[in-house]
Write a protein that binds this ligand. Structure first.
Ligand code: SF4
Length: 669
């Protein structure tokens, strides 16, 4: 059975959290999948022939909480040296399992299997060469190539089985073989087909110690590919599935890298998909560990949710392809409008004049980023008056941003006309009944505070009264599942086109990084499902910060681009320059080009393939030299590193994608 026939959502239910069922794969002393917690892993960036350096970095990773360490093995010498690295670690009392990372060199894989607990192979380049050739394969030619793959791969499977080693079949979006690309395109489906060809050989040998990955730098593609593989494995066998290693490749660094990783990895963990994770940052790999830990921690003790009744319609037309949910246009949101960004100011401030000054100053810091709405909460008549006063004070200061006021349903009749959008909180049946009397002086948002079966009951009660919302939102401990359930029930009740507001407030008690990751997951997962017309973020330190972070999430989900998109690899033992420093240098020159995608990749072996859909590529080609790419074409070869950033800027200019940066504002005297 192939992936081609799959169409069912891979998790038990899209409306309740359940971890995907898998068998356990042992990697030395660590178990992946089954009843084990989500494992955290990372990869060394040292030269694999530098035994002392690699031992030291692997030890630092293990001591930081990394449970499995991957090390590149570009050739047989490096693969052989994995034995010395392993021995060095054991001498230091570190028993962290090691994984050899193999690309293009089956011979190195066989050597590595002798020394480490797991071997990662990339189906795109294990036996196939990648020349970016476009050609037609007849069925006979295709079958011939598959047979050649089988012949080269089978010895590794047999050896891993004999030695009790695990294997990762690690497909990457950017490095599909020419054969797969020509038949299936650069698609999630191609990624799945590529992996399944290798699984066929494993299963033929009775070898099941296999973990899969389906990584991409585009979070949407990664989500679709993992879902598709999960569904394909169910079709292939009704037994428990194989564990998945989940990650987003080339996520970059800093906040961008964390946001993008949280969107892709978090969305999959929300689906119950993911038994081990790696966050790929262009930073010291030790810094990846707490980020991965924080992502996994949300699910470590999560119990399976009760599955609500079938809402009567699907939440999304196709879970394996991104399409934005079609909604009607209301007050500049929904329809064809980009996802709007609003800041949640929290409770209406008692001193409206002072608050308006502060908000005005904060929004002025945003430069080209537009705050497209503000929101406050009003719990009683006094706060409602304060909210109205804030709206007046903002207008007086020339802050022309629509104001939404969120009130309990008991206050909704009084609040009509007090703001640009009335947000009515609906927490129980009495609230739902009051919607009949809610004012209709402007757009009204129904904000449900419930999830699961209770949410379905509340939506029905609200609609049965005859009133209809202009917007809907949901606030719940499991917001990703709740919003899916909400839109599915609305669709079943003939309201498939009501725009959805995605709301998130930072957990005041969480540390800032955890709060950031939670926001990116809870907003990014529905956005990648195509759900969301307005994003409202609050609690991150003021409206400027809230708005900027919301735009970062939209960029990470590839829905609204505000900055240059950087795709940079995390680096590894193949890296030919200081990737962190080089990426910072390139960013410094090019960060003002919204819509342009620039890849910074450490090596010519994998870089060109892995940078997938970048517009321009900066790729290490030798010691001290760089090659530059436009799309997938290498247009400048082996330029000295010192001259490469200027040459890259020239290329961007020649291709019409350059604009001069705004001069920096003069420092206030
Ligand atoms: S692209 Fe970067 S991470 Fe990938 S193999 Fe090359 S140097 Fe290593």
């Amino acid at each position: 059975m192939t992936a081609a026939g799959t169409n069912a959502f891979p998790a038990a239910s899209p409306y309740a959290w359940r971890r995907r069922v898998t068998h356990e794969v042992r990697v030395g002393c660590i178990g992946i999948g089954g009843a084990n917690p989500i494992r955290v892993q990372s990869m060394t960036t040292t030269d694999t022939l530098d035994t002392a350096g690699t031992v030291a970095q692997a030890e630092a990773l293990a001591r930081a909480g990394c449970e499995i360490v991957r090390i590149t093995a570009p050739g047989k010498r490096e693969a052989e040296n994995l034995g010395a690295i392993r021995a060095g670690l054991r001498e230091r009392g570190v028993d962290v399992p090691l994984v050899a990372d193999i690309h293009f060199t089956p011979g190195a894989a066989l050597v590595a299997a002798e020394h480490v607990e797991k071997v990662r192979i990339n189906p795109g380049n294990y036996a196939d060469k990648k020349r970016f050739e476009v050609r037609e394969y007849s069925d006979a030619q295709y079958a011939e190539e598959v047979a050649r793959v089988d012949e080269r791969f089978r010895p590794l499977v047999r050896r891993c089985k004999e030695l009790g080693r695990a294997m990762r079949i690690g497909t990457n979006h950017g490095s599909l073989s020419d054969r797969i690309m020509n038949r299936h395109g650069d698609t999630p489906r191609g990624m799945v087909e590529s992996a399944l060809e290798f699984l066929t050989v494993c299963e033929d040998e009775g070898y099941r110690d296999v973990v899969f990955s389906m990584k991409a730098s585009n979070a949407q593609v990664a989500i679709q590919a993992y879902r598709l593989l999960a569904a394909a494995l169910v079709e292939r066998s009704h037994e428990a599935g194989y564990p998945f290693h989940v990650g987003v490749t080339e996520a970059g660094d800093g906040e961008d890298g964390r946001v993008k990783s949280a969107i892709g990895i978090g969305a999959l963990l929300e689906d119950g998909i993911g038994d081990t994770i790696r966050v790929s940052l262009t930073e010291d790999p030790v810094k990846e560990v707490p980020v991965a830990r924080a992502l996994a921690a949300r699910y470590d003790t999560r119990a399976a949710d009760a599955v609500p009744e079938d809402p009567g319609a699907a939440f999304v037309a196709d879970p394996f392809a991104h399409a934005r949910r079609a909604t009607r246009a209301v007050a500049s949101a929904g329809g064809d409008a980009p996802v709007r960004v609003e800041a949640d100011l929290g409770p209406a401030p008692p001193d409206a004049a002072t608050a308006a000054v502060r908000v005005g100053e904060a929004l002025a810091q945003l430069g080209d980023l537009a705050c497209e709405g503000l929101g406050v909460d009003a719990e009683d008549a006094e706060q409602l008056a304060a909210a109205t006063a804030l709206g007046d004070a903002l207008r007086k200061r020339g802050v022309d941003v629509p104001l939404a006021v969120r009130v309990p349903a008991s206050l909704s009749a009084d609040a009509a006309g007090a703001c640009d959008r009335l947000v009515v909180r609906i927490a129980d049946a009495a609230d739902a009944a009051r919607l009949r009397d809610a004012g209709a002086a402007g757009p009204i948002e129904w904000s449900f505070h419930a999830e699961g079966q209770d949410l379905l009951a509340l939506v029905d009660e609200a609609l049965d009264g005859g009133a209809r919302p202009d917007f809907v939102s949901v606030c719940a401990p499991r917001p990703v599942h709740a919003v899916r359930l909400l839109v599915a029930r609305l669709a079943a009740r003939g309201l498939a086109d009501v725009p959805v507001v995605l709301r998130h407030r930072a957990d005041a008690l969480a540390d800032p990084e955890r709060a950031l990751l939670a926001a990116a997951t809870d907003l990014g997962a529905p956005l990648c499902d195509g759900i969301g017309d307005v994003v409202v973020l609050g609690g991150f330190g003021g409206p400027a910060r809230d708005v900027a972070l919301a735009y970062r999430v939209l960029q990470g989900a590839r829905l609204r681009t505000s900055w240059t998109e950087f795709i940079s690899c995390p680096s590894c033992g193949r890296t030919l320059f200081d990737l962190e420093e080089t990426t910072a240098r390139i960013k410094d020159r090019t960060a003002h080009l919204p819509g342009v995608k620039i890849a910074v990749m450490g090596c010519i072996v994998n870089g060109p393939g892995e940078m997938a859909d970048a517009d321009f590529g900066y790729v290490g080609s030798g010691k001290g030299t760089v090659s530059l790419y436009v799309g997938q074409d290498c247009v400048v070869r082996n330029v000295p590193e010192a001259a490469a950033p200027d040459r890259l800027v020239d290329l961007i200019r020649e291709h019409g994608a350059w604009v001069d940066p705004e001069p920096a504002p003069e420092a206030a005297s």
